[in-house]
Design a binder for this molecule. Structure first.
Ligand code: ADP
Ligand code: ASP
Ligand code: MG
Length: 421
């Protein structure tokens, strides 16, 4: 079988770890598989490179950042190929460009447009292990290096698996799979044997960084068979699968948190048609992704406060744009809060059962945690809270929804048909 194996930062975090990875790859080869390996930068390396740049300038140019950050993955790809060769395995490493990973020109968050994979295919045909530097690509004119957003090596692996029509894409990381909550925060969290693409998409987009959100989108779209497992143990991992009817019984499958959030508020904007349209089209045109939006109209109906959240890493840029618009609109001002986080409860069972949102609010209230914003979808409820209560909230919700130590809760009171929480 052709397998794509991806090893994250901790899994290639030292020379010993790289040698352990080479051992794992060698075992897969000896078992008769063809193997393409995607590696991340050694743990901490990407953050270190970002800090270096920020010591030179506050908002470094994104094209230069891409060239800089892509180097981390090249180091681990070459070292992994060397470690394999040292074991007598014929291996060859490739950059994103050499792999033919063509992206758009959105530096630091580029989208993959095409993967030719010619050289990788040729290496595999010749019985070699191909080691690919994750997280990077090249623009269509082959002129500039791009990167795929934080955690982007997951996307490299999934997209490559689709391009090579691999039988399986294995994502090796530092935990044994996808859990009901981050196991590093909730020790009682349980590993899920399988999770649907949709649920994984919600979990990832709401903060479960074990898989990059875009990699899950891609896997769903192209039906890439995906498993998350540990590079430190031999435990079976979590399979990401198409939804099946038995999954509907699980009311809540996980609790997530996302601290990479900032809240901006336009204070006292005139309450008239076109205000939100103007604000959010300018923000979208700047390439910023807005998550939650709350608008309050004052009692005299003349003024409105509009609050919204953006990734914290984009908050300075968003604030700059918002302040300009606020001035143009004659609003009273803009306030920003970077000390927030978003906690969410996720589960496909919410489509057919009620009571999740109210229970969530109650649990937060019992712990004295104030809710600043709320948003819901068919299969999740999210609340923005003060960041300092994040761990407390996640643990309390995990327990309240019966996820500690036993199977995910199955709700007894069935309600039909509206998909309300
Ligand atoms: P890698 O470097 O291998 O890509 P990441 O650090 O990106 O690894 O992702 C793995 C981490 O994701 C884990 O160490 C864990 O702290 C975190 N995580 C957050 N939520 C979850 C979850 N629901 N299940 C498993 N891991 C989670
Ligand atoms: N090294 C990159 C990051 O830290 C990509 C990855 O690890 O997937 O975000
Ligand atoms: Mg990752």
């Amino acid at each position: 079988m052709l397998i794509v194996q991806k090893y994250g930062g901790t899994s290639v975090g030292s020379l010993e770890r790289i040698q352990a990875v080479a051992g794992r790859v060698a075992a897969a080869v000896k078992a008769g598989n063809k193997v393409a390996v995607v590696v991340s930068a050694m743990s901490g390396e990407t953050d270190k490179l970002i800090k270096l740049a920020q010591n030179i300038c506050q908002r470094p140019d994104e094209r230069e950042m891409d060239l800089l950050l892509s180097s981390g993955e090249r180091v681990s790809a070459a070292l992994t190929a060397l470690a394999l060769q040292e074991r007598g395995i014929n291996a060859m490493s490739f950059t994103g460009r050499q792999t033919g990973i063509i992206t758009d020109t959105a530096h630091t968050r580029a989208k993959i447009e095409k993967i030719s994979g010619e050289r990788v295919k040729e290496a595999l045909r010749k019985g070699k292990v191909a080691v690919i530097a994750g997280f990077q690509g090249v623009t269509g004119d082959m002129e500039d290096v791009t990167t795929l957003g934080r955690g982007g090596s997951d996307l490299t692996a999934v997209a490559l698996a689709a391009a090579l029509k691999a039988g399986l894409c294995e994502i090796y990381t530092d935990v044994e799979g996808v859990y009901t909550a981050d196991p590093n925060i909730v020790p009682e969290a349980k590993k899920l044997d399988k999770v649907s693409y949709d649920e994984m998409l919600e979990l990832a987009s709401l903060g479960a960084k074990v898989l990059q959100t875009r990699s899950v989108e891609f896997a769903k779209k192209y039906n890439v068979p995906l498993v998350v497992l540990s590079s430190f143990t031999n435990a079976p991992g979590t399979y990401i699968v198409k939804e099946d009817p038995s999954m509907e019984k699980v009311l809540v499958s996980g609790v997530t948190y996302d601290k990479n959030q900032a809240k901006l508020t336009v204070l006292g904007a005139p309450d008239k048609p076109g205000i939100a349209a103007r604000l959010f089209s300018d923000i979208a045109n700047a390439g910023l992704v807005v998550d939650m939006i709350v608008q309050n109209v004052s009692s005299d109906n003349r003024e409105t406060d509009i609050s919204f959240t953006v990734p914290r890493t984009d908050s300075a840029k968003a604030r700059e744009i918002t302040e300009k618009i606020a001035k143009d609109l004659g609003a009273r001002g803009v306030s920003a809060n970077e000390g927030i986080s978003k906690v969410s409860v996720v589960g496909v069972g919410m489509r057919t059962h009620s009571g999740v949102a109210s229970k969530m609010f109650q649990v937060l209230a019992e712990h004295g945690i104030n809710i600043m914003m709320i948003s819901t979808s068919e299969i999740k409820v999210s609340c923005v809270i003060d960041a300092k209560y994040t761990e407390l909230a996640v643990r309390a919700l995990h327990q309240a929804f019966g996820l500690n130590g036993k199977s995910p809760v199955k709700k007894s009171t069935k309600k039909k048909p509206s998909p309300k929480k």
